[in-house]
Design a protein around this ligand. Structure first.
Ligand SMILES: [Zn+2]
Length: 57
């Protein structure tokens, strides 16, 4: 019963993963640190440590 809820199921915020760019939809687990969530998964979070330049050569 939220007045601002207009029947839109896609009401959760989302943002792209900093590594793979895939849209991450807000999760309850991220409620406390959504602002600091940058990666869609643990795998991406670890990939950030790999310097992209390393594979260029
Ligand atoms: Zn990702």
């Amino acid at each position: 019963m939220t007045p601002s809820f207009k029947g839109n199921k896609q009401h959760l915020p989302s943002k792209p993963c900093a590594v793979c760019g895939r849209d991450m939809t807000w999760r309850k687990a991220w409620a406390k640190n959504w602002d600091s969530v940058l990666y869609c998964s643990e795998a991406c979070r670890q990939r950030k440590h790999e310097a992209p330049e390393r594979r260029a050569a």
